[in-house]
Design a protein around this ligand. Structure first.
Ligand SMILES: *Cc1c(COP(=O)(O)O)cnc(C)c1O
Length: 363
């Protein structure tokens, strides 16, 4: 059986270092907003080629706090990709802003820059780009449109740690970028964690206050903040794993390249392989019109797959007021996508087994 992802396997190489770091924090008597967090924030900002990093409790909060810091008036419109995980959209609704769902490019499955401009109104304040599956959106075009309309660009990079766009690291391109360190991400904690990167010092400072009750000085609250802090143990663990992110991503690229070269199945659509070196390959998403049959076939061959995601945001009960939107590309993607196992601990032999099982699919 080849599991889709086994976190024991992912964290095994770091176990001893993690045990030592956890003990160090345990014995330090300082658990929240301390030196472990400062150290990680500095290294992650450097890694992302960004000036500032603010650790927060999770990826959802990272997006929420960026939007909150921009302080857009209630009812402002925020452009969001229709093909995304619900966490990209929820922060918009929480803050009583209006999500404007835009269809993806059918090939990349990411926000289509060509469709953005016609959706901009005088209420539009920001564009959220989501680097889904580990691939950057078309940032040159998107930043240019945003610049002309005076919009903020926020990137949800929860799936794109280490991805690159035209020689620039994800985390340095948008006005602010949100990361999640949920355990399954390319850089994962052993619990919940997240971060914001930005090169805007005032925004970074405001988010640092907002995550801690809006407080600059203890018991003095300048903003109505929240409690969204990245704790010392998780920060220490992330500092241990960060130096391995590039080599992990390199392994992901090698596997993705093999999949791109060797998978040959009728009616199966592979992800775009036009810039394999830039993508972080968080997941390898193929498309097939008979997805369930392919899932069953792979399952019978002992290969576990996953669907990211089975139901689009606008078809979720939580967003029933959006159910009538017509988003055919997004809906078709949700009916066809299937994620193959792809993680740094996968062996060449396992990759070969997966490719062979796929190539034996005969419908
Ligand atoms: C994982 C994920 C998030 C949310 O991260 P959490 O840390 O679970 O809150 C947001 N957006 C995308 C695209 C994700 O994959």
């Amino acid at each position: 059986m080849i599991p889709f992802l086994d976190l024991n396997q992912i964290n095994e190489p770091h176990l001893e270092a993690i045990e030592q770091a956890s003990l160090r924090v345990l014995r330090s008597g300082w658990y929240i907003l301390g030196n472990e967090l400062k150290t990680f924030e500095t290294s992650f900002a450097n890694y992302c080629e960004s000036d500032h990093c603010v650790g927060v409790a999770n990826g959802l909060d990272a997006i929420t706090l960026i939007l909150k810091a921009f302080d857009f008036p209630v009812g402002s419109e925020i452009i969001v990709p229709a093909n995304t995980y619900i966490a990209s959209v929820l922060p918009v609704s929480y803050l009583h802003l209006t999500p404007v769902l835009v269809e993806p490019d059918n090939k990349t499955m990411l926000l289509d820059p060509e469709l953005i401009e016609s959706r901009i109104t005088d209420k539009t304040k920001a564009i959220i780009t989501v680097d889904l599956y580990g691939r950057s959106c078309e940032m040159d075009q998107i930043m240019e449109i945003a610049g002309r309309h005076n919009l903020k660009v926020i990137t949800d990079a929860a799936q794109a740690h280490g991805a690159v766009y035209k020689n620039r690291k994800i985390g340095s391109l948008a006005h602010a970028t949100a990361f999640s360190f949920y355990p399954t991400k390319n850089l994962g904690a052993l619990g919940d964690a997240g971060a914001v990167t930005t090169s805007d010092p005032e925004l970074a400072e405001k988010i640092a206050y907002l995550r801690n009750y809006g407080s600059k000085v203890r018991y003095k609250n300048d903003y109505q903040g929240v409690n969204s802090r990245l704790d010392e143990i998780q920060a220490a663990i992330l500092s241990i794993k960060l130096p391995f992110l590039d080599s992990d991503n390199q392994r992901r690229k090698e596997i993705a390249q093999r999949y791109l070269n060797e998978i040959k199945v009728k009616n199966l659509l592979l992800p775009p392989g036009d810039r394999p070196e830039e993508d972080a390959w968080h997941i390898f998403v193929v498309r097939h019109p008979e997805r369930q049959k392919l899932v069953d076939h792979l399952d019978s061959m002992g290969i576990q797959t996953n669907v990211h995601y089975p139901v689009p945001v606008h078809k979720q009960l939580a967003y029933k007021h959006l159910a009538n939107l017509s988003l055919p590309i997004t809906e078709q993607i949700h009916n066809e996508v299937l994620s193959l196992p792809l993680h740094p601990m996968l062996t060449e032999n396992e990759v070969s087994q997966i490719i062979e099982a796929l190539n034996n699919f005969d419908l």
